[in-house]
Design a protein around this ligand. Structure first.
Ligand code: BTN
Length: 327
C-alpha cells in the first residue's frame, strides 16, 4: 500500500462520506490522484461505497490491523507471551513468507499477518480469496522436536483452538469438517493449511496458516467456489479483527505448547462434538478414487473413520470429504 493510500484510508476510517475534492485538498493532491488510489485499493479487494455528488465511504466494519493493539490485547489477557508479529499490507501468501523465513532462521513463535494476499494458498492447490482489510490471514511458525509422527492430528487440534476462540467471541454452532475446515450453518467460514519443513524424523518446523472470513465483500465472495459465510453475518455483535487475532494467538500458542506432550487424543472429544458430518453420508476423494459411506468421526490420530456399505470401517489420513450421497 502506498503512502498516499494509507493517508486516504486514515481519513476515511471515521466511517463518514468524504468527497474526492475534500480528500484532495486535505492531502494536497488532485481529485484524479485520489480517484486513482481508490481504484487501486478496490483492485486489492477493498469495498468502497461511492455516491455521486456525496463522496466515498468505507464499510462500517472497516478497521486496519494494528500491531500495537494486538500486542496490547495479548498482554491484557495473558501477561507476557513472547510473540514476534509482522503485518504486511499486501503479500503473495503469509504461509510462503513465513516458510521462507523459517527456512533461513529459527523463528518459532513468529506470527505473520496480511491485510491482503495476492496468491493466498488453500488446500489441494486452491487459491484462498484474500481481499484487503476484510478477513484474517495469519501464519504461525512453530518448532517441534519429535518428528512428524508426533504431529498427527495437529491440524485438527488447531481447528479446535480456532473454534474455542470463536465460541469465546460469542459465535454459536461453530462446526469442524474433517480434516480442518471451520463451518457455521453448513457454510465454510475458514480453513487451516499446515506446511512442514525440516527433518520428518526429528526437529521440524510447522507453518500453520489460518484464513477466516470476517467481513467478506460480496464481489470477492463471488470468486469462492463453494458455499461460504463470514463472522459479520454470523455474529450478533461486531467482530474486531485485532481482538480476534489476539485471542487466536493466545489460544493457539497455549495449544501448540502442549500438543507434543498430549497429542490429538486430548482434543478428540471436543473435535467430535463439533463434527459437521458426524453420522451423515460422506464421500472421501483421494487422488485415486472416491469412497462413500457414513462418517463415524475420527480416531486418536485424527484419521477419518468411514463406515462402508459392506460393514467395514475404513481410515483415511488424507483426502477431501464432502456430504453425500445417501447409499
Ligand atoms: C483451506 O483451503 O481451507 C486452507 C486455507 C488457508 C488459508 C490461509 S490464509 C493465511 C495463510 N496463508 C496462505 O497462503 N494460506 C493460509
Amino acid at each position: 500500500m502506498s503512502d498516499l493510500q494509507g493517508k486516504i484510508l486514515k481519513i476515511l476510517q471515521n466511517g463518514g462520506f468524504h468527497s474526492g475534492e475534500s480528500l484532495g485538498c486535505q492531502l494536497n493532491v488532485s481529485r484524479t490522484a485520489i480517484w486513482k488510489q481508490l481504484q487501486a485499493l478496490e483492485a486489492l479487494g477493498l469495498e468502497i461505497e461511492s455516491v455521486k455528488g456525496v463522496g466515498y465511504r468505507l464499510p462500517d466494519s472497516f478497521e486496519l490491523l494494528s500491531k500495537a493493539t494486538i500486542l496490547k490485547h495479548i498482554a491484557e489477557s495473558h501477561g507476557h507471551l513472547p510473540c514476534e508479529l509482522e503485518i504486511f499490507q499486501s503479500i503473495d501468501s503469509t504461509n510462503r513468507y513465513a516458510r521462507e523465513r523459517a527456512e533461513a532462521e529459527a523463528i518459532s513463535g513468529a506470527v505473520v499477518l496480511a491485510e491482503n494476499q495476492t496468491a493466498g494458498r488453500g488446500r489441494l492447490g486452491k487459491t484462498w480469496v484474500s481481499p484487503f482489510a476484510a478477513n484474517l490471514y495469519m501464519s504461525i511458525v512453530w518448532n517441534f522436536d519429535q518428528g512428524a509422527e508426533s504431529l498427527q492430528g495437529l491440524s485438527l487440534a488447531v481447528g479446535v483452538g480456532v473454534r474455542r476462540t470463536l465460541v469465546e467471541l460469542g459465535l454459536q454452532d461453530v462446526q469442524l469438517k474433517w480434516p480442518n475446515d471451520i463451518y457455521i450453518g453448513g457454510k465454510k467460514l475458514g480453513g487451516i493449511l499446515l506446511e512442514m519443513i525440516g527433518d520428518p524424523n526429528g526437529r521440524c518446523t510447522v507453518i500453520i496458516g489460518i484464513g477466516l472470513n470476517v467481513a467478506m465483500p460480496s464481489l470477492a465472495g463471488q470468486e469462492i467456489d463453494q458455499a461460504w459465510t463470514d463472522l459479520q453475518t454470523q455474529s450478533s455483535s461486531p467482530i474486531s479483527r485485532n481482538t480476534l487475532t489476539a485471542k487466536l494467538v493466545v489460544t493457539l500458542f497455549l495449544l501448540l505448547k502442549d500438543f507434543q506432550r498430549v497429542g490429538f487424543k486430548a482434543y478428540r472429544d471436543e473435535w467430535e462434538e463439533a463434527d459437521f458430518l458426524k453420522n451423515l453420508p460422506g464421500t472421501v476423494r483421494t487422488v485415486k478414487e472416491g469412497i462413500s459411506g457414513v462418517v463415524l468421526g475420527v480416531d486418536d490420530s485424527g484419521a477419518l473413520r468411514l463406515a462402508l456399505p459392506n460393514g467395514e470401517v475404513q481410515r483415511f489420513i488424507g483426502g477431501e470429504l464432502s456430504l453425500g450421497p445417501r447409499l
